[in-house]
Design a binder for this molecule. Structure first.
Ligand SMILES: NC(=O)c1ccc[n+]([C@@H]2O[C@H](COP(=O)([O-])OP(=O)(O)OC[C@H]3O[C@@H](n4cnc5c(N)ncnc54)[C@H](O)[C@@H]3O)[C@@H](O)[C@H]2O)c1
Ligand SMILES: O=CCCC(=O)O
Length: 509
């Protein structure tokens, strides 16, 4: 069992227990109910959080609605400064925030620090985007008219995020929402609520006005809170990151109020290495893409396709590196990979490995649970001889299992890559420039990494196609998810209209 006593925070007031953040105040659930949060490394209790229900959620929505009219009137420059201050506070408290992430999510402290910088990067990026919310001036087709557009905030937003990036998934939504002038109710993940609460404390210190950012929590009542957010007429936008199954449910629930929606859903990323790839770069890319956060990211390589001419060399170089990983508690020195989030994740990963073995796959590294470390640990695993009948070929594993599928031709591998119902990220490695263009264009995914396994960047548009959802986060596109493009037509600027008022006469004068 790892030694998992959280090193003391420099600023203990960042650890908020049994409270949520509504209207600039720390509040409990009206029912007084709470839920427990456990450290995934040890199973030990971290603390408790309020179990919000529909009434609590409605109250948070009303708070966000009350704050909206004045917040939308702030200037873009004022909002930019608030976001920049929040960014700076995150970086000033990087160490403490990272300790909280490691405690509740399990990822190694160095990775958690990286996540804080990535997460804060969304505030920095959108602080810079806020003042650039330009509209257009459009030449009118109707004589005497002038047409222009203005960007307005969509209104109150409901944000729902998962546990795998306790800081970055929430800042990637709150950043553009605030930049656009929206107010938000963010439902933190039940497994990792404490990082979100620390961010709320920093929002307070950054001077974000009361009611603009509300962070609520629920575990058993998650579906009830989700329904309150999606069915509310007041909430005009819902942004969700999580599984495709829950995304579909939230979309149905949002139908009656016709909300603006963004869905960042599940992935099953193809990772392709062609014979002409640089082997070292491909191996490094596969390690980064497959094993980041112990395989628990939506953009992790899931199906690793290796062309036959390079298969054996790739498999042995890759396996050697994986053998060098050190699994353990996230605070322990030298640990490269932490636990999975819970026992359901372990069960799924184990099932995928056993299924692959049964169908002819050969486990060349790992392959087993690690009960000596704790019930949520699984060995980083490499399997060769994968084929399309195995579960791992069609389901997202969300764990540290790398299955290597052989292939012969470019066409064959592109077809296999595109056979998935989802289309979030795809990766490939090649030194042939024409192939790089061809395959990047052929892959049915929202994002493509060419000769790299790391594509996440606040400056880059993140999002999927097919059952991976729609909408883009980060980048210059991220803010439009929280804006309305309002068109204004100003008439009477030229000669008065002559003749009949029939549309075709007006249009073609
Ligand atoms: N595309 C992305 O950016 C992205 C990022 C991270 C994770 N994911 C996906 O998320 C999945 C893993 O996370 P998970 O298993 O925790 O997903 P999940 O869908 O079960 O949960 C995600 C979040 O939704 C909440 N939730 C669950 N049911 C809900 C409901 N009925 N109403 C409202 N909220 C509800 C959970 O509390 C959690 O906060 C994977 O499929 C992964 O690919 C996608
Ligand atoms: O897990 C999904 C998000 C991963 C990322 O932003 O890199």
């Amino acid at each position: 069992m790892p030694n998992q006593n959280i090193p003391p925070l420099k600023d203990p007031s960042l650890f908020k227990q049994n409270v949520a953040y509504v209207n600039g105040e720390w509040v409990k659930a009206k029912s007084g109910k709470t839920f427990e949060v456990q450290d995934p490394s040890t199973g030990k209790l971290i603390g408790t959080c309020p179990e919000f229900d529909k009434a609590d959620t409605d109250n948070a929505i009303a708070t966000a609605a009350a704050a909206f009219p004045s917040f939308r009137q702030t200037t873009a420059r004022q909002r930019a400064r608030m976001l920049h201050k929040w960014y700076q506070l995150m970086m000033d408290n990087q160490e403490d925030l990272a300790k909280l992430i490691t405690w509740e999510n399990g990822k190694p402290l160095a990775d958690a620090k990286g996540e804080v910088a990535y997460a804060a990067g969304f505030f920095e990026w959108f602080s810079e985007e806020a003042p650039r919310a330009d509209g257009d001036t459009i030449p009118a087709s109707i004589p005497g008219n002038r047409v222009f557009t203005i960007k307005e905030p969509v209104g109150v937003c409901g944000l729902i995020t998962p546990w795998n990036f306790p800081a970055a998934m929430i800042t990637r939504k709150i950043g553009p929402a605030i930049a656009a002038g929206c107010t938000v109710v963010a439902k933190s993940p039940g497994e990792t609520p404490f990082t979100s609460l620390a961010l709320a404390e920093l929002a307070d210190r950054a001077g974000i006005p009361k009611g603009v950012v509300n962070v609520i929590s629920a575990l058993s009542n998650t579906a009830e809170v989700g329904e309150a957010l999606t069915s509310s007429q007041t909430v005009r936008k819902v942004s969700f990151t999580g599984s495709t199954a829950v995304g579909k449910l939230l979309m149905k629930q949002s139908a009656d109020t016709l909300k603006k929606l963004s869905f960042e859903l599940g992935g099953n990323a193809p990772f392709i290495v062609f014979d002409d790839a640089d082997l070292d770069i491909a191996v490094a890319g596969a390690l980064a893409s497959k094993f980041r956060s112990s395989g628990q990211t939506c953009v992790c390589a899931n199906r690793i396709y290796i062309q036959e001419g390079i298969y054996d060399k790739f498999a042995s170089a890759f396996a050697e590196k994986v053998k060098g990983f050190k699994v353990g508690g996230g605070y322990d020195e030298g640990v490269t990979h932490g636990p999975l989030i819970h026992d359901r994740a372990i069960t799924k990963v184990d099932a995928h490995v056993r299924d692959a073995e049964k169908k002819g796959g050969k486990v060349i590294v790992g392959g087993n649970k690690m009960p000596k470390l704790g019930s949520n640990f699984f060995e980083p695993t490499v399997i060769t001889g994968m084929n399309k009948n195995m579960q791992l070929a069609s389901e997202e594993t969300f764990g540290p299992v790398a299955g290597l599928f052989p292939f012969e031709t470019e066409k064959e591998v592109v077809d296999m890559a595109n056979s998935a119902e989802v289309g979030l990220a795809g990766y490939f490695f090649s030194r042939d420039l024409q192939r790089c263009y061809r395959v990047a264009e052929a892959l049915e995914t929202g994002m493509v990494g060419v000769n790299t396994g790391l594509i996440s960047d606040p400056a880059a548009p993140f999002g999927g196609v097919k059952l991976s959802g729609f909408g883009r986060e980060g980048s210059k596109y991220g803010m439009s998810e929280y804006q309305i493009t309002k068109m204004v037509t100003l008439g009477g600027m030229g000669q008065p209209l002559q003749g009949s008022w029939v549309m075709r006469d007006i249009m073609y004068k």
